[in-house]
Design a protein around this ligand. Structure first.
Ligand SMILES: [Zn+2]
Length: 65
């Protein structure tokens, strides 16, 4: 369930529905059209984070359209 939350098109960071900009990269390109997410707790140790070029802990959408 994606709910009403938004995902950043630039870095895939998942943000609250009322957010206007991405707290991770500062982009205002947010979308409701995303699916699935991964919780990255320790980006430095995570292969997924490395693949997604994630550096900040948080939730990241797997698919953003
Ligand atoms: Zn972002």
């Amino acid at each position: 369930m994606a709910g009403d939350r938004l995902a950043c098109r630039e870095c895939h960071f998942v943000v609250e529905p009322n957010a206007e900009t991405c707290p991770s990269c500062g982009s205002s390109s947010l979308t409701e059209d995303w699916a699935g997410y991964v919780w990255v707790a320790h980006p430095v140790e995570s292969a997924i984070a490395e693949e997604m070029e994630v550096t900040e802990p948080g939730k990241y959408a797997l698919k953003v359209r």
